[in-house]
Design a protein around this ligand. Structure first.
Ligand SMILES: Nc1ncnc2c1ncn2[C@@H]1O[C@H](COP(=O)(O)OP(=O)(O)OP(=O)(O)O)[C@@H](O)[C@H]1O
Length: 477
């Protein structure tokens, strides 16, 4: 058995397997759009091998198995490894007949059990789970747990939060559209759900819809294929409040942009409110039509920054409380000092600590946190610094280290500089403004542009991908 996370725990193999899979599911719930999560991940059941060498996920049919293998297995394996503390084989198998009953029970917890047929054919089971779950939140698709009450306020999100509260209280007036941007895991999705939940609490009859930009794209494609644009317009143009997440996903999708433009104009004309999120400010969006970009910027654009130390501490203490656990302030400080990038990672660290404490039946302390986060801390101890990255990249591309800070623009210098900025974001905990500062006082938007450019090109250019791989290996030692 691993000497990592689950080493000293109590409980049967299946308890351990269940906890391991549950931690993985929690993380996937954060990462995936709700619909994808409900359709593909939620219906899975897991079994840990007696010798802890593999975890098998049971899927109801061959089609779903192939899809999960193609789309999700890499991410699931990586998550299992990070939670478990060392690689664990991931296997996928068709669910044996008796597992189907377990799924049936799961469905029964959402609907009246009597209304289910005695034997549900295997093929229908996961479909039923997915559709029952999405029906429960189908009208507005809001996650009712994401409210202003559960969102900790700090300098990093103060303005965005105030603007969002204003919109929730008086929609259709000031700040329309409200455009919220920031890096991953900083609370953008949480904030726009909070707007919807607050408005519905005050005006239960309001027509509110939360959607992810990818779902909007899917709706456009469906309307196009089925020639149902009237239905599409009914759905989007009649809203009082449209909350749309991650609009950077509209990049390069001209037809979707056109439909979004139409919806946008229709909603603003009837004084409905639009709240959007993105990973960058409007003018930083790539491959989005200019007339749309200028509309995005025509209300209020606000950033959410990475949380400062005190805010990270408050988030940890609040989240621990909401899980019925307590986290002493000194432990919260210890964790907050070491996990600095975003709130999602902070939550991951907290989950590990609480699970470690439960399994070992020990109080949460700095020592326990140190043990639970051993892997994470050891990665940090390898201390990849921005200076080190600049030197390594400069050596590799045979330019001077000083060119990393200079204002020179020839491609032979600008490109290695962008690569170094990209690696600094990937391999260190530094924020975009901090990286910009270390590259000769550049603006954080310059760094963001470099990060997005190199990560996009990496997907397409094999040669660049190989160079980055060599650089990463060299830096990680
Ligand atoms: N200020 C906060 N207080 C409490 N929880 C927060 C706060 N900010 C973020 N979180 C939590 O952190 C997690 C990640 O936040 P969220 O999904 O909203 O990030 P995001 O900015 O939308 O990320 P992405 O761009 O990757 O979609 C969520 O569980 C959210 O509830």
């Amino acid at each position: 058995m691993s000497d990592g996370f689950f080493h000293a725990q109590q409980g049967s193999t299946q308890d351990i397997g269940h906890s391991l899979w549950q931690a993985c599911v929690d993380q996937l719930a954060q990462e995936l759009p709700e619909q994808q999560f409900n359709t593909w991940i939620r219906p899975l059941s897991a079994r840990l091998a007696d010798d802890y060498s593999s975890l098998t996920l049971y899927v109801v049919n061959r089609f779903k198995l192939d899809w999960i293998r193609a789309q999700y297995s890499k991410r699931i394996a990586a998550l299992l490894e990070s939670i478990y503390g060392q690689p664990i084989a991931l296997e996928l198998a068709i669910a044996p007949r008796e597992n189907v009953n377990a799924v049936r029970n799961q469905i029964a917890s959402f609907v009246d059990a009597e209304s289910l047929p005695e034997a549900i054919p295997v093929e229908e089971v996961s479909y039923s789970v997915a559709s029952v779950q999405s029906a429960s939140s189908s009208r507005h698709r809001l996650n009712t747990a994401l409210t202003f009450d559960t969102l900790v306020e700090g300098t990093a999100n103060r303005m965005a939060r105030a603007a969002a509260m204003h919109v929730a209280g008086s929609p259709g007036q000031l700040y329309n559209p409200l455009f919220i941007y920031g890096s991953t895991g900083l609370g953008k999705t949480h904030l726009i759900h909070a707007v919807g939940n607050r408005l519905l609490a005050e005006k239960p009859g309001a027509k509110v819809l939360y959607t992810h930009a990818e779902w909007f794209v899917t709706d456009v494609v469906k309307a196009y294929q089925r020639k149902t644009f009237d239905e599409f317009k009914d759905k989007y143009h009649s809203l009082d409040l449209l909350l749309i997440d991650d609009v950077q996903f509209f990049a390069g999708k001209d037809r979707t942009q056109e439909e979004f433009f139409n919806a946008f104009e229709a909603l603003l004309a009837k004084k409905s409110h639009i709240v959007m999120t993105s990973d960058t400010y409007p003018k930083g969006l790539l491959d989005i039509n200019q007339r749309l970009v200028s509309r995005f910027d025509s209300g209020l654009t606000v950033a959410i920054e990475p949380p400062e130390l005190e805010m990270r501490v408050a988030i940890l203490i609040n989240k621990a409380q909401s899980e019925g656990a307590s986290m002493p302030e000194e432990v919260a400080f210890f964790v907050a000092k070491n996990v600095r990038s975003n709130v999602r990672e902070l939550e991951g660290a907290l989950r590990k600590i609480l699970a470690y404490s439960r399994f070992n039946q020990k109080e949460v302390s700095i020592q326990l946190a140190r043990e639970a986060l051993r892997d994470l801390l050891s990665i940090q101890n390898r201390q990849i610094s921005v200076e080190n990255i600049q030197k390594t990249v400069a050596d590799y591309y045979k330019i001077k280290v000083a060119d990393m800070y200079s204002k020179k623009r020839p491609a032979s210098i600008a490109r290695p500089r962008q690569i170094a900025m990209y690696l600094a974001k990937e391999l260190t905990q530094k924020s975009l403004p901090e990286i910009g500062e270390l590259f000769g006082g550049r603006d954080h938007t310059t760094v963001l542009h470099a990060v997005r450019k190199i990560s996009g090109e990496r997907q397409q250019l094999t040669e660049l991908n190989q160079q980055l791989h060599v650089l990463e290996q060299t830096l990680k030692g």
